[in-house]
Design a protein around this ligand. Structure first.
Ligand code: PDD
Length: 284
């Protein structure tokens, strides 16, 4: 069951007009929110980021946080699975094709699908990634539905059986095509600083909080391409993949070629944090 513009319905019945600005211009924003034990994870943070994205495209938030929360609760109840991921999408609505903003109601779409953890085998062996020049626009902090560059960049990885494309802009790491990237080098966990050049990941924040809370030495600073290529470990994070080890980059072995201790420690901490959330004791 999905939600579209005020109604719940089976996805097969959901239709939008061809003049929707999401279809015509990619004019909209979205969120992906993980749900564990039927409870949205870090909901307040996802709703804050949604507000930031809406502000970034000058679209009014159609709901307050309580209304969003209530809607998401309903979507979760109407769908199968204790663990789900919600996809929430708002466009500037339906209007005669014209670049200028129309005065029409937005299109609001929400769906939820079962959330499966990354395959255990991939966590044991590690995954491959490739690198590419980050050729996206310079408002990557906005979670915009116009994802053509991300789609093309991710496909480059898929074409060579890798799981992600790690993006480099002007010689420095930004993020993955649909994930954030951390580097572990010389006993230091490194994260690129948030800016207009990357999406402020919710999982990225959780990892940095866990690092602080557990006295893991870390620095948030620019990471050069050379540092990525000589890393002891590379870690990928996202709401749907949680945390994953990258053990091959552009066909070269990363560190020992096996998931390292930093991955194992952070993965364990992340699972513990999730468990706290499920029991309802997490601070978020
Ligand atoms: N993508 N950077 C980009 C470009 C992303 O698309 C994503 C997530 C992230 C990680 O953010 P978070 O930890 O909040 O999921 C970083 C989602 C999962 C997607 O588009 O499906």
């Amino acid at each position: 069951m999905i939600y579209l513009n005020g109604k719940f319905m089976p996805i097969e019945e959901a239709c939008i007009p061809v003049l929707d600005r999401g279809f015509i211009f990619g004019d909209g924003v979205y969120e992906v929110i993980p749900v564990y034990s039927r409870k949205p994870f870090r909901l307040a943070e996802h709703l804050d980021r949604l507000q930031h994205s809406l502000d970034g495209i000058r679209l009014k938030n159609p709901f307050g946080n309580d209304e969003w929360s209530h809607l998401l609760e309903q979507i979760i109840t109407k769908n199968d699975g204790e663990d789900q991921y919600i996809y929430l999408h708002i466009t500037r609505g339906v209007a005669k094709r014209d670049h200028a903003f129309p005065q029409v109601p937005p299109t609001i779409f929400i769906m939820s699908n079962p959330l499966l953890p990354p395959p255990a085998e991939l966590l044991r062996s590690g995954a491959s990634a490739i690198t590419a020049i980050d050729n996206r626009w310079i408002r990557c902090d906005v979670k915009a539905i116009s994802l053509l560059p991300n789609v093309l960049l991710r496909q480059m990885a898929v074409d060579v059986q890798a799981i992600e494309t790690i993006l480099i802009r002007d010689g420095f790491l930004t993020e993955g095509a649909a994930s954030n990237i951390f580097v572990f080098k010389n006993k230091m966990l490194l994260a690129p600083p948030k800016s207009h050049l990357m999406l402020p990941g919710i999982t990225y924040d959780v990892i940095l909080e866990l690092a602080t809370a557990n006295q893991i030495a870390h620095e948030v600073r620019e990471i050069s391409e050379a540092e990525i290529r000589t890393a002891n470990e590379i870690l990928l994070t996202s709401s749907t993949k949680e945390i994953m080890p990258i053990t091959k980059l552009d066909g070269e072995t990363v560190g020992t070629g096996k998931p390292g201790d930093m991955f194992t420690q952070l993965h364990t901490l992340y699972q513990q944090y999730k468990a706290t959330h499920m029991r309802g004791n997490a601070s978020h």
